[in-house]
Design a protein around this ligand. Structure first.
Ligand code: ZN
Length: 180
């Protein structure tokens, strides 16, 4: 059994208590492990410069606001206006014949470490399950379209995630280079 590695990528060098963020994201993800036949542990780290080795199974970029979107604008080609009101974006596309998926969260409306962790988990659901908004949000709980600190997580969310983390798409590594 091996360790599922999550990278919280911080190319804009957002200042906060990263130790607390890393631990809180791990707390959010730990319940999915009991449904995985591949992973027995989760390790979360953050980086604010491009790591020499990307070395992760899931990457989520932390971005100040939609105007500075990396995944939505730089990777997927949206206009900022199309992303208005979003707390996060996940998009996938074929690159050199393989599926590459990118996820990001927008920090401007996410005031607390826990709010950021919740949106990390939600975008990870899009990333790991490879479902768009219409496919994912109908499942409710942390899969729902509007989530906050009062949202009740569903065991079904964790089960779907745990069963799928053994089959990840490649993660988009271009965010650090794309950040101005
Ligand atoms: Zn969503």
């Amino acid at each position: 059994m091996s360790t599922f590695r999550i990278l919280l990528a911080n190319p804009y060098a957002f200042q906060q208590n990263w130790q607390e963020q890393v631990e809180d994201v791990k707390t959010m993800f730990d319940p999915i492990l009991k449904y995985s036949s591949k992973y027995s542990g989760i390790r979360v780290r953050s980086e604010y410069v491009q790591p020499a080795s990307f070395d992760c199974d899931l990457c989520v970029y932390f971005v100040p606001d939609v105007d500075r979107s990396l995944v939505g604008i730089q990777f997927a080609g949206y206009e900022a206006s199309e992303l208005a009101g979003s707390d996060g974006v996940t998009e996938g596309k074929m690159v050199d014949g393989r599926l590459v998926v990118g996820s990001e969260i927008f920090l401007d409306n996410l005031r607390t470490v826990r709010q950021r962790s919740l949106i990390v988990y939600h975008e990870a659901m899009h990333n790991i399950l490879r479902k768009n908004n219409a496919q994912l949000h109908k499942h409710g709980g942390l899969a729902g379209g509007e989530i906050n600190e009062d949202t009740k997580r569903k065991a079904a969310n964790d089960k779907k995630m745990g069963q799928a983390i053994g089959n990840m798409a490649a993660q988009w590594e271009g965010g650090f280079a794309a950040a101005p």
